[in-house]
Design a binder for this molecule. Structure first.
Ligand SMILES: [Zn+2]
Length: 570
């Protein structure tokens, strides 16, 4: 039976992530992992914080703490937030771990052994004022491709192209702002990606099921010609380069970060070595289907750079089967920005509302076909309609009726008629559709179909009107209510990957709890038997309303005093 390996892009360590980061990789990966577990498939969901590179050093310097201590603290902060968002990682590791250091050095040794590493002397930007080389984000300037004036030396935030610091127009130091910059020679190591271009083309051609967005970015890269990539930096924080003459240099963060997917799996296995085996997921792993979830800016590194590392090692590493990449989530008509503190950050989101509403909206409006705009007005209207009025209302009606008319016990009696047979056929159709959308990684459609299931359940209840039937045909009313209780279970199971907390509340109330609710089917219409005492947990989702949305919008826009302005713990 196929095993599913699922990774989310590694959230960078500096500061709390925003809703856009959650929508881009963490949440879609979690929803898919939950779906695979629901179907009984062996599933491993791995993530980690990406801790090396210049942004961590710059942020630690800002906070006046040692970079290792800074990363340890930020990792704990992020891990806590993801736990509260119900992200169900099997392991949430760190790219700065001993396992990742060792594995990164292993890959380097293999690549060098097979002739894919080349030494070159580069003219690097040196800051006279700072008395040091300025790699990557230590330099800011104007993007040569799109003219964005605050492009960073590693990548342009506006057009997403990777950059070298020397590409920037009008460069200046990110440390001191000094423009007194000089070019000085420094020895570096390159991964000869150009020598792997043919293999990479064949490898990409052998993949299927990638969204058009990802395929087009990958092909754009191939068509422009694969460039060799400098994989070392003049920095001290990172994985040391194990080669004479390269003391004091480390590997480029983008070389070691994806390797942390494997290293984090090793750490997961280290926690229970008798029962867990990392090799079966990563080496000669033909029975494994590997899915990566990431935002579109990460596609080049996952479709080109990381596969070059794996293929060039000449070892039988598992490469990704499907890359699920998505567009941007925008914020109230502009961009989310970590550096500017613009948008809703995940600690703020959780202070406002529990995880389910955020999870629901971000999947129901996933930026798949194009960028999506988050606004508080849309968010409140959508979650009120879907969660309070549709799912919540159905749950409320059924559980209240069982409490008031049947003393909290599922009633017996009655036999399936035409309505029930039609309902059963509809549930078969909807659950089949839902499974297909999950398998196709069609995020919005999974939410659409979960919503359609809730609507079908509501429609059945309204059509059969047990509150009227109970007076003249009590047996029929009992049947309808028993079916409705079972529909609660089906509706909750259908929604569990997206809104696990509410789903588990409903399943617990009807005595159908368990660690992993099975994927629903029409057969579940008879799952909860007559005679079972069930509970009523109270309303699932209070409505937010337009006033709530407007108050939040003003608060986040800074027009009113409030506690919501972005504050990062250092
Ligand atoms: Zn640009």
């Amino acid at each position: 039976m196929t095993k599913y390996l699922i990774t989310s892009a590694l959230p960078y360590i500096n500061g709390i992530k925003h809703l856009g980061n959650l929508a881009g990789s963490l949440l879609p990966a979690d929803v898919h992992a939950r779906f695979r577990r629901q179907t009984g498939a062996e599933t491993l969901f791995i993530c980690a914080t990406d801790e090396h590179g210049t942004p961590a050093e710059l942020a630690a310097a800002d906070a006046a703490v040692d970079v290792a201590a800074y990363c340890a603290r930020q990792h704990a902060v992020q891990a806590d937030i993801y736990r509260r968002l119900n992200l169900s990682f099997d392991h949430f590791g760190r790219s700065s771990s001993a396992r990742n250091h060792a594995l990164t050095q292993h890959f380097f040794a293999r690549l060098e052994q097979h002739g894919f590493i080349e030494e070159r002397t580069l003219q690097q930007i040196f800051s006279v004022a700072d008395n040091r080389f300025l790699p990557d984000r230590y330099v800011v300037g104007t993007c040569p491709h799109c003219g964005f004036e605050r492009a960073r030396g590693d990548q342009c935030e506006a057009c997403t192209r990777p950059l070298d610091p020397t590409d920037l127009i009008a460069p200046r130091s990110a440390i001191s702002g000094s423009t007194e910059l000089a070019l000085r020679p420094s020895r570096h190591l390159f991964l000869r990606q150009s020598a792997l271009e043919g293999e990479l083309r064949d490898w990409i051609a052998s993949r299927s099921g990638w969204p058009p967005l990802v395929t087009s970015i990958a092909h754009k890269w191939l068509d422009e010609g694969i460039r060799d990539r400098c994989i070392t930096r003049d920095l001290s924080w990172g994985v040391p380069v194990p080669k004479p003459g390269f003391e004091g240099k480390v590997f480029y963060v983008w070389f070691d970060a994806p390797i942390a997917y494997i290293a984090a799996t090793q750490e997961w296995a280290d926690e229970d070595p008798e029962r867990r085996d990392w090799q079966s997921w990563w080496l000669d792993a033909s029975g494994v289907r590997y899915l990566q979830f990431l935002g579109k800016d990460n596609v080049p590194f996952h479709a080109v750079s990381f596969p070059c590392t794996l293929l060039g090692s000449r070892e039988p590493w598992k490469t990704v089967d499907v890359i699920k990449g998505v567009n941007w989530l925008n914020y109230e008509g502009g961009k989310f920005s970590t550096s500017a503190g613009r948008g809703v950050f995940l600690d703020q989101a959780l202070a406002l509302l529990p995880a389910d509403r955020w999870r629901w909206w971000l999947i129901a409006h996933a930026p798949e076909g194009s960028d999506t705009d988050f606004s508080f007005a849309r968010f409140a209207a959508d979650v009120d309609h879907d969660l309070a009025d549709t799912f919540g209302n159905f749950v409320q009606r059924v559980l209240s009726f069982v409490q008031s008319r049947y003393d909290g016990v599922v009633p017996g009696g009655g036999a399936f008629g035409a309505c029930e047979l039609a309902l059963s056929a509809e549930i078969t159709r909807l659950t089949g559709e839902l499974r297909g959308h999950h398998e196709a990684l069609a995020l919005r459609r999974t939410a659409d179909t979960a919503r359609a299931t809730w609507k079908a359940a509501n429609a059945y209840l309204v059509a059969r009107a047990p509150w009227t039937l109970i007076k003249r045909e009590p047996e029929q009313a009992a049947l309808v209510i028993r079916i409705a209780v079972n529909l609660l279970g089906i509706c909750a199971r259908a929604a569990w990957p997206i809104i696990p907390e509410a789903a588990e509340t409903v399943l617990g109330a009807i005595g159908d709890g368990g660690a992993i609710p099975e994927f629903p089917s029409a057969g579940d219409l008879g799952r909860i038997p007559a005679g079972r005492r069930i509970a009523h947990p109270g309303p699932l989702f209070a409505k937010l309303g337009a006033d709530w949305a407007e108050a939040q919008r003003l608060c986040f826009a800074g027009k009113e005093p409030g506690p919501r302005r972005s504050v990062f713990p250092a």
